[in-house]
Design a binder for this molecule. Structure first.
Ligand code: MG
Length: 625
């Protein structure tokens, strides 16, 4: 696949965008005219830079309001286009993108439009250039690729072809089967973008919310599968207009763009095999979260240990050569790492005691590592002592790590590297069984990037974005989940500066784990035991329980126990959900204890209650749980 990206997808000056595009591994670039107009370098210098960077200029775009203009404006339109042909020659661009006319004075007369394209074909051919016609979803007369294709076919000029754009076609819900009617040799360029499912006008949706394939909810895989099945083998170019990308670093967005195309091609190849052969190993299957690693220094280690004790964990092992201890309760392992000169220590110095790594139990770790490499996800390595296990790890959110452990062989690591303490089994505990989910909070601008990271590497599905009301603004949350629920991660971000999510980012100096939910099979018993153990929990206002009763008509005895123990409740068609929330540790992270009775969601209805309860402590200077 020949990969390309339009410069309008990235932030910054044109010269910097080009370098970021080349660095990310793209083969080509579409030059967006506005980027050229605002560049310091001339078109000729930009063309030279493109070639020096090893890129090909795949298109110059857009030329607007071309076809069907009134007679009095027509000469001016052709004069303007000849000037753009001059610029293209200077750039070394061979293809001009013309998008369907939006001008109120334009005509939809088919004869006139075809005549315009025939004349344009002659002019382009004289210069050895080509022109592609793209139907905008908001075009005045032409807003459907079937109509644009019909015009191209009727024009019948070899210099005039079709440009397809997944956003414009899929936003209009034009059936992808219609692509089978198009001769792939006449498609000069395919532009790709995904988008969230939103109810809004096409212009606002398309100019502000497009995102990369894999980040949205449009059937981009179906779209590309039709084209590749039919034999299209030309350029695949990202063209993404997104406000968040415009405020992010060009190099990070370019890297994500390349990753999204690699992922897309892989998904399409699997869909239409054996027509195409997947180039990557399959997405990694996650069985579960094997451990959570906390970084801590000497000052915070005692507080962390007393928190874990109050959650029912007991020390189960000590690392043979490092200042690392293993805490355990049933299927949950917590590692406290206070080793000097280690990754964890550096992480802890920056963020304070907190989760610095997730250890995932994975099927076929070598395959997962090879996929990560193909997706340009960097590996991390640190020195190990001879005789110790080396657990491969990847750079992850906010400078943290993800360790990959081979499913079924996890015990080998614990047995090889740790000396058992207290028999190694952990203590009586509080009935907490496994990690239910992990909530990561990040800058709003980063959410799509980390979403792509997870869906590209792991076999997970993503739920639609949910908006949640914090007392001081809005928070967006999106969940990814492996098939059997072994890994569930919620990604949270907020563009309101005073929400709990934003205050977390300020206090934490970046993105990270804000809460960890641990599963119990009997939350009432767990809550009573945790109370005995001294866990500080979040008080929930009595009004909440009044409303619960009104909404669900709960048994009075159960309601009284929920109220007494500060347990939140939700119910949907799948089942029931119970949540108990701990006070935060150093205003940094907190735990949730959850019980699921068939319920598969995350208690979105309760988040506003929880956020309001937590925000009552926002001016509280207390350090500690
Ligand atoms: Mg387009």
């Amino acid at each position: 696949m020949f990969t390309s990206i339009a410069t309008c997808s990235l932030s910054g000056a044109l010269e910097l965008k080009l370098r970021a595009i080349a660095q990310a591994g793209f083969n080509g670039v579409e030059i967006f005219e506005n980027d050229l107009l605002t560049a310091q370098s001339s078109a000729r210098e930009i063309g030279t830079l493109i070639r020096e960077l090893g890129l090909k200029c795949t298109a110059f775009q857009p030329f607007r309001d071309f076809e069907g203009m009134p007679d009095n404006l027509r000469p001016q339109v052709f004069a303007r286009i000849e000037r753009k042909f001059d610029v293209m020659e200077e750039l070394g661009a061979e293809l001009l993108l013309i998008c369907s006319n939006v001008s109120p004075v334009s005509s939809g007369d088919r004869g006139r439009i075809v005549a315009d394209f025939r004349e344009l074909g002659e002019r382009a051919a004289r210069r050895g250039l080509r022109v592609g016609y793209e139907a905008l979803a908001w075009g005045k007369h032409v807003w459907d690729h079937r109509e644009a294709w019909s015009i191209v076919r009727e024009t019948g000029h070899p210099a005039i072809g079709l440009i397809l754009d997944s956003f414009h076609s899929l936003a209009r819900a034009i059936p992808t089967e219609s692509l089978r009617e198009i001769d792939p040799a006449r498609v000069f360029l395919v532009q790709l973008a995904d988008a969230p499912a939103l109810q809004m006008d096409y212009v606002s949706w398309g100019r502000h919310f497009r995102n990369m394939p894999g980040q949205g909810e449009l059937p981009v895989i179906d779209f590309v599968a039709e084209l590749l099945q039919k034999g299209y083998s030309n350029v695949m170019s990202l063209e993404i207009f997104n406000d968040r990308f415009r405020s992010s670093s060009a190099s990070a967005v370019a890297l994500d763009g390349h990753r999204s195309l690699t992922l897309l091609y892989d998904q399409v190849a699997r869909r239409i095999a054996p027509r195409l052969t997947p180039a990557l190993p399959p997405r990694a299957r996650v069985r579960g979260v094997e451990f959570l690693e906390f970084a801590a220094n000497e000052n915070e280690i005692g507080q962390l240990e007393s928190l874990f004790t109050s959650l029912g964990f007991s020390r189960a092992g000590k690392h043979k050569s490092k200042e690392v201890t293993r805490w355990r309760q049933n299927g949950i392992n917590i590692v406290i790492n206070s080793e000097p000169d280690s990754f964890a220590r550096a992480y802890g110095s920056m963020h304070g005691a907190s989760v610095c790594a997730l250890g995932l139990s994975i099927e076929n770790v070598p395959s997962a590592l090879s996929r990560a490499q193909a997706l340009q996800i960097r590996r991390f390595s640190q020195p190990i002592v001879p005789g110790e296990m080396s657990i491969p790890s990847l750079h992850a959110i906010g400078g943290s790590l993800i360790y990959l452990m081979e499913a079924g062989s996890e015990a080998e690591v614990w047995d090889t590297d740790f000396m058992p303490v207290n028999g190694g089994s952990g203590g009586r505990g509080a009935g907490l069984l496994r990690v239910d989910h992990v909530a990561q909070t990040m800058h709003y601008e980063e959410m799509l990037s980390w979403l792509l990271y997870y869906v590209a590497l792991f076999e997970v599905s993503k739920a639609p974005v949910v908006q949640i009301a914090d007392p001081l603004g809005l928070v967006q949350t999106q969940t990814i989940e492996s098939a059997e629920g072994g890994m569930r991660i919620t990604l949270n971000g907020s563009s309101s500066p005073q929400t709990l999510a934003s205050r977390f980012l300020q206090g934490f100096h970046g993105a990270g784990v804000q809460h960890i939910a641990l599963a119990s099979a009997d939350i009432l018993a767990s809550a009573r035991r945790l109370r005995e153990l001294g866990l500080a929990t979040l008080p929930i206002p009595p009004n909440y329980y009044e409303d619960l009763q009104a909404r669900f008509g709960l048994d009075q005895q159960l309601l009284a126990q929920l109220k007494e123990l500060n347990i939140l409740y939700d119910r949907d068609n799948d089942g029931e959900y119970f949540q108990l929330v701990s006070r935060a540790f150093a205003k940094r992270f907190f735990f949730e204890i959850v019980e699921r009775r068939g319920y598969r969601a995350f208690g979105a209805a309760n988040v506003a209650i929880r956020l309001a309860a937590q925000s009552r402590y926002r001016d509280d200077a207390q350090i500690g749980p």
